[in-house]
Design a protein around this ligand. Structure first.
Ligand code: EPU
Length: 423
């Protein structure tokens, strides 16, 4: 099993460029199923989850040409309409293939998707299933597989009782080829949803309102060829900003969109963490003493759950106590136990809330990556800590961050990978 060995404390410097957004790429790749024509995707991050998504598409009959940072996809005929468990079990976003397959081919069979164990039990897909049903599909469950069929999807009104990012994206993709008008209410508003809608609209779809709670989709007959540049990863952007502040480094983050992490930058301002920014860069200035801050994770544009773990590490260095309230997932604070082992003063109030008392010295330990975001968070903790930290299960980090060790070395971190990276 591959590991990272990190020697801290680190002082980072220079510039680090943000890669394309994982959670946009994982929707644009399956969206290619909606078209018979060639799709080109640029700024594609070279990460595990993207490789898994392309593998799954290839298994379905997609013809894929992958170059460094880009790929071309063409899907004329499917070789099957079943998501093989060996692929679908590996990542939650395999569910994103269901809507496009249903919309273009009328039938799809798939197992419950895998992915990070951060939600209640296996993360639910009830909203997706309800949505497909509302659009006129029939659903059965047999021998561990959902089977969804339709002769013709028809526009509908659907209200999300829980705001869901992938749920919104899935129903948008399913409704583009339905007859009539679909109105989705209480939608998620993440930038990745706007990017998906813009991309599909350029290919002939008629989607209005993406980025607001109500999205209206007028069905069209076909989706044409398209080219898409993946938007910068806002979670990577925020993570590097937090990493710089936590290590009290001066670091410039390039190829990013500062507007997408306004929640974090607003909090930095209140805490006294100084930064400057331009249209596509942010420079974090060496942090001195900074204030604690209570956060409550929220759908976009609120504080993202995907930045909660790195922010919790940052609060171990703040002058005072912060309450971290994770509202989206009930297992995303379990990693704080690792921070406590490293010397942090953290009290777990309940599965959704911890109190972090700072500032504390962190010390090196043998630790593990519990999920993608907890994985990067413990890397930040190791960069703060005195001594040599060993982190295993780094496959989790490779799922979401391209060449993280190489990129961190380029800004001055002492990080070594033991074992190889096989994407
Ligand atoms: N939910 C349901 N039923 C559903 C779907 C979701 O109850 O059918 C619940 C979930 O259990 C959760 C809440 O709705 O409590 C919100 O989850 P959401 O559906 O928005 O999450 P997601 O779409 O599965 C995406 C990202 C996550 C990110 C969340 C929240 C992708 C592939 N994943 O997940 O990213 O944390 O939105 O922003 O886009 C990550 O990148 O590490 C990651 C987990």
């Amino acid at each position: 099993m591959s590991k990272f060995i990190i020697n801290g404390p680190a002082k980072l410097s220079g510039a680090i460029a943000v890669k394309g957004a994982k959670n946009s790429a994982l929707k644009i790749i399956p969206a290619a199923l909606l078209s018979r024509q060639k799709i080109t995707i640029n700024n594609l991050p070279n990460i595990e989850d993207v490789s898994r998504a392309l593998e799954l598409l290839e298994d379905l009959g997609g013809v894929i040409k992958r170059r460094n940072g880009a790929c071309e996809i063409e899907i004329n005929n499917l070789s099957k309409n079943e998501l093989a468990p060996k692929f679908a079990n590996k990542f939650r976003a395999s569910i994103m293939f269901v809507g496009p397959l249903l919309a273009r081919f009328g039938e799809v069979k798939f197992p419950h998707p895998g992915g990070c164990v951060i939600g209640a039990g296996t993360r639910p897909i009830n909203l997706f299933l309800e949505g497909y049903k509302s659009l006129g599909a029939k659903i059965t469950f047999k021998n561990g597989f959902y089977i969804i069929k339709t002769n013709q999807l028809k526009g509908c009104d659907y209200f999300f009782t829980t705001v869901s990012v992938t749920g919104t994206e899935s129903l948008v993709m399913t409704a583009v080829l339905a007859t009539g008008i679909t109105i989705l209410k209480n939608c998620a508003m993440e930038p990745e949803i706007v990017a998906l809608a813009d991309y599909l609209n350029r290919q002939g779809a008629k989607i209005k309102g993406a980025g607001t709670p109500t999205i209206t989709i007028t069905g069209v007959d076909k989706i044409t060829a398209g080219e898409f540049n993946i938007i910068p990863d806002r979670i990577e952007t925020g993570t590097f900003a937090i990493m710089a502040a936590a290590t009290r480094s001066e670091l410039t983050i390039t190829k990013c969109n500062p507007a997408h992490i306004e929640a974090l930058l607003t909090i930095f301002n209140k805490q006294g963490i100084e930064f400057t920014f331009g249209p596509d860069w942010i420079k974090i200035l060496p942090a001195k003493n900074f204030l604690p801050y209570n956060i409550k994770t929220h759908e976009y544009p609120g504080f993202p759950t995907d930045l909660q773990s790195p922010f919790t590490v940052l609060m171990t260095q703040a002058s005072g106590s912060s309450i971290i309230h994770e509202t989206i997932y009930d297992r995303r604070l379990l990693f704080t136990d690792i921070l406590s082992q490293m010397g942090a003063d953290i009290i777990m109030c309940d599965p959704h809330r911890v109190v972090v008392n700072g500032p504390t010295k962190l010390s090196a330990k043998k630790i593990t990556s519990l999920d993608i975001r907890a994985g990067i968070a413990v890397i930040i903790a190791a960069l703060i800590a005195e001594g040599e930290t060993e982190i295993d299960n780094i496959y989790q980090v490779d799922r979401g961050y391209e060449d993280i060790d190489g990129r961190l070395r380029s800004i001055g971190a002492d990080i070594k990978r033991i074992g190889s990276l096989n994407l």
